[in-house]
Design a protein around this ligand. Structure first.
Ligand code: ATR
Length: 328
């Protein structure tokens, strides 16, 4: 299933690969050789859309993709992001900088690490409250004119911000969290996406693993896993309540004879032609399972069964600190 991103000629499989977890946030990084093997397998399986960011690592995830894809650049579409500064230390979170100067500085670093002269889709990672979005997008549009960037995206922005940005340059995609668990943007962002012909790139479509059943067997988060501090849905009573909701998805998957992750991804893709998804995985078996979602169709009855889950999810998707970075 191919879909076109925004108003561009970026026509990609609707299931891409979110690469963050290979290098950062979800426990220990995957060993480099194994990570590169996974990325190459993904290409063999026809995955085209690979998503990274300057701040994943920071830098190490882009470097990984650069190593993996040099020599096969024409087979992949690379999306990366700028605008979140590296933390000065563990207790000093990085700030936001969407200034034109930082945009220019960042893109050069990303191009070098990615070992390429072209980024297919370049995002502002989070809206910088101190830089009007028009200024940021103006600087990104220069990169398009210079041939360094193919298309422009924004991440976690409101419909209003998207509408302002699109007056400066077409915005091909907004990347936001979207899943059976997380549907807040349907009312706030979707109307603007539709009006402007902008695509949604749905991240965390598996509820950061929970909707894929990754935590049903008593597994807890490894030490150092960001979710144990940054994702309240994984904390204490919320964790138990949300696993009970994931069990509803798993029951449906069992009845259909498919994997839970396939139900979660088929659900996301069934919400509109304007949506593509970038599930993350570090494991070949999970990558294969996730791509199997192309063959799964949800009936109206299936969709009805899943419709109220988001209303019952316990806990915010980010800690207060993370929620403050979201433009809503
Ligand atoms: P994100 O966009 O933040 O990466 P996600 O795509 O919703 O979040 O979920 C990613 C998580 O789901 C990862 O922890 C991943 O773990 P592995 O690296 O061990 O695969 C997990 N995950 C992905 N696909 C899965 C699958 N098919 N079965 C079980 N867990 C899966």
């Amino acid at each position: 299933m191919k879909r076109t991103i925004g108003q561009t000629d970026l026509n990609v499989g609707a299931i891409g690969l979110g690469c963050m977890g290979l290098s950062a946030f979800y426990g220990a990084p995957t060993e480099e050789r194994e990570a590169i093997a996974l990325l190459h397998k993904a290409v063999d399986y026809g995955v085209e859309h690979f998503d990274t960011a300057e701040m994943y690592g920071p830098h190490t995830n882009e470097t990984l993709l650069g190593k993996a894809f040099s020599g096969m650049r024409d087979k992949v579409r690379i999306a990366t992001k700028f605008g979140i500064l590296s933390p000065a230390g563990p207790s000093q979170p990085g700030g936001l900088d969407g200034s034109p100067a930082n945009c220019r500085r960042s893109v050069e670093g990303s191009l070098t690490r990615l070992k390429t002269d072209f980024i297919d889709l370049y995002y502002l990672h989070r809206l910088d409250p101190n830089t009007p979005v028009e200024e940021t997008v103006g600087a990104m549009a220069e990169l398009v004119r210079e041939g360094k960037v193919g298309a422009i995206g924004l991440s976690e922005v409101s419909g209003e911000t998207l509408r302002r940005a699109a007056k400066v340059h077409p915005i091909a995609a907004v990347q936001s969290e979207y899943s059976i668990f997380t549907r807040g943007i349907e009312n706030t962002l979707f109307p603007a996406l539709k009006d402007l012909g902008t695509s949604l790139v749905a991240y965390s479509p598996l509820g950061r693993g929970m909707l894929a059943g990754a935590f049903q067997n008593g597994r807890t988060l490894d030490e150092g896993d960001w979710r144990s501090v940054g994702a309240p849905r994984f904390h204490g009573e919320n964790f138990d309540a949300n696993r009970a909701l994931a069990a509803e998805v798993i029951a449906l998957a069992d009845e259909k004879g498919v994997a839970p992750s396939q139900v979660a991804l088929a659900w996301v893709l069934a919400q509109g032609e304007h949506i593509v998804s970038i599930p993350g995985t570090t494991k070949l078996a999970n990558l294969e399972a996730n791509l199997g979602a192309y063959d799964v169709t949800l009936t109206g009855e299936d969709l009805d069964r899943l419709a109220t889950i988001a209303d019952r999810v316990a806990g915010n998707r980010y800690s207060d600190l993370g929620m403050r970075l979201v433009d809503a």
